[in-house]
Design a protein around this ligand. Structure first.
Ligand code: NAD
Length: 354
């Protein structure tokens, strides 16, 4: 039976513990905070999924040190990811590791250390940009296969979502300054927390054969309040190495949320949306001179992670198969985050790699 250790008994730790149990995995969840383990057993898990699952082992990190797992999942704040990942790889390397998004705070050098350690110990590392593995994204990828949009002219993506929902799910936090969320430098703010938009932009650019982001121009709306220091709006103009120009917007203030992408071509367009209503994601492909395809894909919150976990299950049997959420893809997103910050601070266009 596949053994998984989930580090971090918070919001994402519970979702992934539930998803892993649905696959029949042997699940252990650990957290430095005993109160988080208590909340998992008595509040978060039962309120989300009906009842506590006694097969899940709850432990302190020390209790699991040295124990071998096939899979390790890091569901902790971004500023803990790299140190935890390096320690796991060093002490008891799993076959597969999933690090939640964003990979780290906005710094690239420490990420390079992780890349080297993972290669040395042959640990396959993934980064949790789960939108790449939902059913509606798979459908969109399939529809794009025969290039129905003609010449691609632009690509726009946004993850605009008020973070009131996150704070409602964490009633023990009194505000942004209580967690990484309130600090862009720790991987929070709109740039880090809602980096799903950068990542899904990159995915669709890749699917459409439009290359990787090479230039970034960014404007941030930065807030300093009650001890917190974060960007509440991040607006990026980007250009790929193949010349595609597009926009990416992320914010923590829009209510209700807009998680949307549109790929524009000379012969039509594709629209992709998360939560078009409470129960559905949407994908629509319009050919100006031809057919219109539209599907509303039914989803629940656990479905957001189902594709990701099934994909990981598949990788355990086929370790060499490609993954859209490989470490390199998560790093590509971090390169854009770092370039965006530099662009905003220095008031200029930043070329990635300069
Ligand atoms: N992919 C998604 O859709 C999605 C959704 C939610 C959160 N996330 C990501 O997951 C990560 C965690 O977010 P969250 O909302 O679950 O946070 P959270 O605050 O609810 O939970 C994090 C938990 O990690 C624990 N922790 C911190 N340091 C630790 C350590 N060194 N060892 C063990 N436990 C430790 C904390 O005590 C806390 O209980 C973030 O990177 C966030 O962006 C991703």
């Amino acid at each position: 039976m596949t053994k998984v250790k989930i580090v971090g008994a918070g919001s994402i730790g519970n979702h992934l513990a539930h998803g892993a149990r649905r696959l029949g995995w042997d699940v252990a969840v650990c957290d430095v905070d005993p109160a988080a383990l208590e909340r998992t057993r008595h509040e978060i898990f039962p309120s989300r999924y009906g009842s506590w699952d006694d097969a899940i082992r709850l432990a302190s990190p020390a209790e699991l040190v040295g124990e071998r797992f096939d899979v390790v999942i890091l569901g902790t704040p971004p500023d803990t990811h790299l140190a935890l990942a390096l320690a796991e790889i060093d002490r008891a390397p799993p076959r597969l590791m999933l690090i939640e998004k964003p990979l780290s705070p906005p710094e690239l050098d420490p990420c390079a250390e992780l890349v080297a350690a993972a290669a040395r110990k042959e640990v396959r590392v993934l980064v949790g940009y789960n939108h790449r593995l939902t059913r509606h994204t798979a459908l969109a990828a399939d529809w794009l296969k025969d290039a129905p949009l003609g010449e691609i002219t632009t690509l726009r993506a946004m993850t605009r979502e008020h973070w009131g929902g996150i704070f409602a799910a964490h009633p023990w936090l009194t505000g942004p300054a209580d967690s990484y969320l309130g600090f862009t430098s720790r991987g929070g703010g709109a740039l880090g927390e809602h980096s799903h938009a950068i990542n899904i932009w990159q995915y669709f650019a890749e699917l459409a054969g439009c290359g990787r982001i090479a230039e970034v121009s960014c404007m941030l709306d930065e807030v300093r309040q009650d001890g917190a220091a974060y960007d509440r709006i991040a607006q990026l103009s980007v250009r790929t190495d193949r010349g595609l120009v597009g926009t990416i917007v992320q914010d923590v203030i829009t209510r209700p949320a807009q998680k949307w992408l549109r790929l524009e071509g000379s012969a039509g367009y594709l629209e992709w949306q998360v939560s078009v209503d409470a129960d559905h994601d949407l994908v629509r492909l319009v050919e100006h001179q031809g057919r219109v395809r539209e599907e509303r894909v039914a989803r629940t919150r656990p479905d957001d992670f189902r594709g990701e976990l099934e994909h990981m299950d598949g990788l355990l049997s086929e370790p060499k198969s490609p993954s859209p959420i490989d470490l390199e893809a998560g790093l590509e997103t971090m390169r854009v985050i770092v370039a965006a910050l530099r662009s905003a601070r220095e008031g200029r266009v930043v070329r990635i790699g300069d």
